[in-house]
Design a protein around this ligand. Structure first.
Ligand code: PXP
Length: 245
């Protein structure tokens, strides 16, 4: 069975759109922590939140509250910086997913460049392991990135499905899908746990779910979009049903 991690960042995006200047104790709707609780009740296997350096959606108090309330697993997405590594070690989520961060992007775009950031990534994996936190590296399905992730001792990679999702409905779709399949097979052969995420929706899930060796999918935008109409419980149940028909 493929597990579902629900990314709740966009719930905080909606809150910040109205309440970003309201301090602690002020209005919080919609509350991402309450959303996470409902998602878990509907069958989410984990909750993912990205504490960005610019704090544009999720805030520190959100992840502290999530750490206390999440009953499945909390996966904290972080940039590979000293400040974020220290924050994660202090918070002790179940896992961290290391993502690249570019202040002008709307949401995470390319994968982490493990090759270019080798020493920093290695130090991050080591710091997390010492704190009992599992590290996942969010990378493109490229051989060099996958091989180095394994060499540096990352237990898990999250394959970036964004290029595939963007190619859906274009002639590039099958090539991008093939990259994902090959990347997942290579990662598995090297002993890595294989997660995937970004741009997965209720339509492309029919194909994404057939990528071999998938352990968990992290999905945010599509589930939250559907939740506006159906409620989060129904949106989570429907995605899980499509992931594991
Ligand atoms: N995985 C990672 C590492 C992400 O940064 C994100 C959000 O940007 C997602 C998964 C979820 O992507 P989406 O919101 O498109 O489902």
């Amino acid at each position: 069975m493929i597990l579902l991690g629900v990314n709740i960042d966009h719930c905080a995006t909606l809150r910040q759109a109205r309440y970003k200047d309201v301090g602690e104790g002020g209005a919080v709707e919609p509350d991402p922590v309450a959303l996470a609780e409902r998602a878990e009740r509907a069958g989410a296997d984990g909750i993912t939140a990205h504490l960005r350096e610019d704090r544009r959606h999720i805030q520190e108090r959100d992840v502290r509250r999530l750490r206390d309330s999440v009953s499945t697993r909390l996966n904290l997405e972080i940039a590979c910086t000293r400040a974020m590594i220290d924050f994660a070690v202090g918070l002790r989520p179940h896992s961290v997913c290391v993502v690249p961060e570019n202040r002008t992007e709307v949401t995470t775009e390319g994968g982490l460049d493990v090759v270019a950031g080798r020493d920093r990534v290695k130090a991050c994996i080591k710091a997390m392991a010492a704190a009992g936190i599992e590290t996942s590296l969010f990378i493109d399905p490229d051989e060099a990135q996958i091989e180095l992730s394994a060499k540096l001792g990352a237990p898990t990679v999250e394959l970036h499905t964004g290029a595939y999702a963007n190619a859906y409905g274009t002639p590039r779709r099958s090539a991008e899908f093939q990259r994902l399949r090959l990347g997942a097979a290579r990662a598995h052969d090297l002993g890595l746990r294989v997660n995937a995420g970004h741009g997965i929706n209720y339509v492309n899930i029919a194909e994404v779910r057939t990528v071999p060796h998938l352990h968990e999918l992290n999905i945010g935008h599509s589930i939250l979009s559907r939740a506006l109409f159906s409620g989060i419980e129904e949106a989570v149940r429907e995605m899980k049903a499509r992931m594991n028909p």
